[in-house]
Design a protein around this ligand. Structure first.
Ligand SMILES: [Zn+2]
Length: 225
């Protein structure tokens, strides 16, 4: 992929603030030149990718969000693991696992586990769909689209489905000698989720989505909220 040249704002003179882009890593300020599809705009100081428009990326982000949402519903309620020890058999879903912390002191932990593994990734997928659907349909952004996209980005570090899968992997190595373990459908759904979430984050050019929202709101004469 080719890198498109960016002009530092200090060289270009005082432009309109709408035409500026700041590097989130090193704060360098540039005048926006929208790169062609397949090119990317990279910070000349720290090489952070600022803009990377890809053809069809918004549709891909929407499709992946919808898939993630469907997989999360299945992954929460289908059996995740089945453990057999000396004739005893126990199958449980992720939802059962989250509720396993019983007792008044553990309620907070149950809620936190369910939120970090299932609810926050689900909310991010719903918010992303809410933001990108009007862009795909070439319509005016929905009310609160900017707030929803900001929230979806803020929740990114708190979406821990992949950390859960790694944790389960480590725990399985420890108990593999003690019991017979079988993976349920939810395990494979979580596996697919981890790959899809990474692919979705890589596909999404945040600047493109903000730019699309801004230009559509401006065209419709509304304020982006
Ligand atoms: Zn930078």
């Amino acid at each position: 992929m080719e890198d498109a040249a960016l002009t530092p704002a200090s060289v270009a003179g005082p432009p309109d603030t709408d035409d500026l882009i700041a590097c989130p890593k090193c704060d360098a300020l540039y005048v926006v030149h929208v790169p062609k599809s397949g090119e990317r705009a990279v910070c000349t100081r720290c090489h952070h990718v600022l803009i990377a428009p890809k053809a069809g990326a918004v549709v891909r982000v929407a499709t992946l969000s919808l898939t993630v949402l469907i997989l999360l519903v299945g992954a929460a309620f289908f059996p995740f693991l089945e453990i057999r020890v000396q004739g005893f058999r126990n199958a449980s879903s992720v939802f059962d696992a989250a509720l396993a912390f019983s007792g008044p002191r553990m309620v907070g932990l149950s809620i936190a586990v369910a939120a970090l593994i299932i609810l926050i990734p689900m909310l991010r997928a719903i918010l992303t769909l809410y933001v990108v659907t009007p862009i795909i349909a070439d319509r005016t952004p929905f009310p609160g689209a900017a707030r929803c996209f900001r929230l979806a980005e803020e929740l990114r570090p708190w979406s821990m489905a992949e950390i859960f899968v790694i944790g389960v992997g480590v725990a399985l190595v420890k108990v593999a000698d003690l019991a017979r373990i079988e993976f349920g459908p939810a395990f494979w759904m979580f596996g697919a989720l981890v790959v899809l979430t990474v692919f979705q984050d890589v596909s999404m050019c945040r600047w493109t989505i903000w730019h699309e929202l801004d230009s559509r709101a401006r065209r419709a004469g509304i304020r982006l909220t």
